[in-house]
Design a protein around this ligand. Structure first.
Ligand code: SF4
Ligand code: SF4
Length: 178
């Protein structure tokens, strides 16, 4: 009985070592060398959310509909409350944008923004008025391609990092005076 247990333990250790050797010889990493490479995001990946406060009626619908409770309403000097987003909670579902009755929230294609500290993830209304500056550190965009028929994963360089698209034009809805 004791011999059987020792045999199983040795087999488990050898299995782990074997797996380590296999991936050392033939790595199948999905990681990329960020920030020198960035992933080639799919077209439908949603990005940073902007705010036109002059359109916001402080109705709080965005905060109520947010499934992760990422939106907090901040009181500003004019006595009105405007939304701010905690990107530590936000899942980029953009429900808030869809639900906003005055188009005060808008989507962008800025998907590659990173934070050093958790407090930096808290975007106040003031920060949401101006899109974040994305540093031009990243020389190449790469796509991770699964070549299932060949049983491997390869990285393909698909181009230089371009400028972000300009912001979408404001839809013509009545502007709310604050
Ligand atoms: S995108 Fe989704 S998760 Fe993020 S703040 Fe808007 S509703 Fe909340
Ligand atoms: S951003 Fe839109 S949904 Fe949110 S409080 Fe302002 S008007 Fe209401």
């Amino acid at each position: 009985m004791a011999g059987q247990k020792i045999g199983e333990a040795i087999k488990a250790v050898l299995d782990v070592i074997g797996l380590g050797v296999k991936y050392t010889i033939k790595p199948e990493r999905l990681t990329i060398y960020y920030p020198y490479e960035v992933p080639d995001y799919m077209g439908r990946v949603r990005g940073w959310i902007g705010l036109w406060t002059e359109r916001c009626t402080s109705c709080m619908i965005c905060a109520r509909i947010c499934p992760t409770n990422a939106i907090k309403m901040y009181m500003e000097k004019n006595g009105r409350r405007y939304p701010g987003i905690d990107y530590g909670r936000c899942i980029m579902c953009h429900y808030c944008i869809d639900a906003c009755p005055t188009y005060a929230l808008y989507p962008t294609d800025i998907r590659d923004f990173a934070f050093y500290r958790h407090e930096d993830m808290m975007y106040t209304p003031d920060m949401m008025r101006k899109p974040p500056q994305v540093p031009k550190l990243v020389p190449h965009v790469v796509k991770v391609v699964h070549e299932y028929s060949k049983g491997r994963v390869v990285k393909v360089r698909v181009g230089e990092l371009g400028e972000h698209k300009p912001l979408p034009p404001a839809p013509s809805v009545p502007v709310v005076e604050s």
